[in-house]
Design a protein around this ligand. Sequence first.
Ligand code: ZN
Length: 230
Amino acid sequence: MKSVKNNKTIQKDGAVVVFSGGQDSTTCLFLAEKIYGKENVIPVSFFYGQRHAKELEAAEKICRRFGFQGISLPLDFLKTITVSSLTEEENPIGTEIPEGENYPNTFVPGRNLFFLTIAGVIAKNAGYHHVITGVSEVDFSGYPDCRENFIRSAEETITFAMDYDIKIHTPLMHKTKAQVWKTAEELGIIDIVYNETVTCYNGIPGEGCGGCPACALRRKGWDEYKAGKY
Ligand code: ZN
């Protein structure tokens, strides 16, 4: 028992990290470890038919190697109810926002709402009040479910839904990719992030394929970081 507040006994606290095995969520995982301690951090990974499912292998490998007790959950029904180039091999990954649309065809509608809701439920079950996600408004994509207003709204909804306080933390929300590399450096995990994580849409770990939008963004951030621009 760590503390007693408002007559409610808070037995323990920790965080659930939405963990894809990519650069951003891996940085979030180690940030969470620093704050809550490894034994109070639960990484959760989702399989939703994404073409870069190699991400999940990276996630599992990182959990095993560093002793995190992770959870992997299937959310593959997402593939059957949405249309996205991330889940359809035959749909080429677009780098541009198509005319008349608000985001590229890599957007998976509803994805982060499902992720955060499930993470919130896992947190409640563990007696934790914190959920951490690596979403960023600075990301190239402009996905609506990566924005601050969505996060605050989801936090409120999940809290109301369970009558249980859930705080959603987005430590990378306003960071550029170069600043995320700098954060990894400060956490002492830059080699892990550089070599072990998968950002590439074609599922190639580390430096990736070099040709997809995710690789281009990662490379640009790395070059800026190395040049001291963060
Ligand atoms: Zn790539």
